[in-house]
Design a binder for this molecule. Structure first.
Ligand code: GLA
Length: 394
């Protein structure tokens, strides 16, 4: 069963080769990478100023390139939706003038990052992008592209190096140029992820702490359902609005800090759907903190129970799961040695995350393959480092 993850060195070699091919034998001068992420618990809590617990993945987006005289930009990607061109050429506007989004869609992440870059004005460049983060699979391929590009620009024209502001700038790029009103989780962990650790992020204060996750007896298995329902685009902003309505009904700025009792008391001031959305968020914030405590005690059984509760709440109260994700989660829970499993990311397709004993990995993958009606892709992952510059002698 294929669960292999390409090495960063191989992606780098591919990017370098393509650069030469595309730009008449020219060689790139700088190289960077930024990871995708999987969220262990704390789903749909980031834009409610709650807590999240993601980890950076060994799946990464690599960017190689060099600065060019003038204001011409050329970017080539090895991975894009089939209907889109793989190369984009544009001219940078004068400093302060907007760089409008347009086609191809993937280039909007690049343009957004240029627009929100916090360093000196960006000059012309050539770049090639190669990624092992599956596109649209719920593992934050877009955040990894934004953060990789930001890191690339830092090599050409350094900014002040503030990492939290970097994550916020990448989030702004996604808001303004991809039109997705995402929270801060994906960009944050892609920038600040730590090898061997998950990151507990307080999405209100943007403070964070690294939670050890490197027990060799434990594995984090990511299973891509390989389905993507078209609902994500409209349902995500709808969930944000419902949460805001619930917070207003409680007289609060956000659902952070609200209790279930407080929600119950305000129940008559909101409709049933709004109530259910808010209940998920309030309980999920609590589960995330409980989960961190369990991980610190190495109480994986408890963490697993919280993962399953999170999934059920996302399915029944928040209604962002789908039958394929539900199938994968229930199948995983049938296997001896599995602690917990849940959908991860925005929902309506994408991936599940499963915490299990290392010795149970093979039988779990076999069982999921057998029980799932579709074709899953597996990633046996380890908590990895955030974005970084690379050297060509990797
Ligand atoms: C998407 C968003 C994140 C977060 C998750 C749900 O991945 O980009 O900001 O809201 O959904 O937890």
């Amino acid at each position: 069963m294929d669960s292999s993850i390409p090495a960063v060195a191989d992606l780098l070699a591919e990017a370098r080769f393509r650069f030469g091919q595309e730009f008449g034998g020219d060689a790139p001068q700088v190289a960077v990478c930024a990871p995708g992420r999987v969220n262990l618990i704390g789903e749909h809590t980031d834009y409610n100023q709650g807590f999240v617990l993601p980890m950076a993945l060994p799946l990464v987006t690599v960017v190689v390139g060099k600065q060019m005289p003038g204001l011409d930009v050329a970017v080539v990607t090895a991975t894009a939706d089939a209907d889109e061109p793989r190369r984009v050429d544009f001219v940078l506007p004068p400093p302060g003038a907007p760089l409008s989004p347009g086609a191809p869609r993937w280039a909007n992440y690049v343009k957004g990052v240029i627009q929100h870059y916090r360093g000196p004005p960006v000059q012309g460049f050539r770049a090639v992008v190669v990624s092992s983060v599956p596109l649209g699979g719920g593992l934050s391929s877009s955040a990894s592209l934004e953060v990789a590009f930001y890191t690339f620009l830092q090599q050409l024209h350094p900014d002040d190096g503030d990492l939290v502001s970097k994550a916020v700038a990448c989030q702004q790029a996604e808001h303004s140029h991809a039109g997705v009103p995402c929270g801060i989780m994906d960009q944050f962990v892609s920038v600040l992820g730590r090898a061997g650790h998950a990151l507990l992020i307080d999405c209100r204060s943007l403070e964070f702490s690294a939670v050890p996750l490197s027990d060799p007896a434990l594995v984090v298995l990511v299973t891509d359902s390989n389905v993507k329902h078209s609902l994500t685009g409209s349902e995500y902003p709808a969930r944000r609005r419902q949460c805001q309505e619930a917070a207003s009904a409680l007289g609060r700025d956000s659902l952070r800090g609200a209790s279930v009792e407080e929600l119950q008391e305000a129940r008559s001031r909101m409709d049933d759907v709004t109530f259910r959305r808010a209940r998920h968020v309030v309980e999920e914030i609590r589960r995330t903190l409980d989960g961190v405590e369990a991980l610190q005690r190495r109480d994986y059984r408890r963490f697993g129970q919280l993962m399953v509760q999170s999934h059920e709440s996302l399915r029944d109260l928040y209604q962002v799961s789908c039958s394929e994700l539900d199938q994968l989660v229930s199948a995983a829970m049938e296997v001896e040695g599995v602690y917990g499993s849940r959908m991860t990311g925005g929902g309506f397709g994408g991936c599940t995350v499963t915490l299990l004993e290392a010795s149970a990995v093979q039988r779990t993958m076999l069982h999921l393959q057998e029980r799932y009606s579709g074709t899953p892709t597996f990633y046996v992952t380890t908590a990895s480092e955030g974005a970084r510059a690379l050297t060509f002698d990797l």
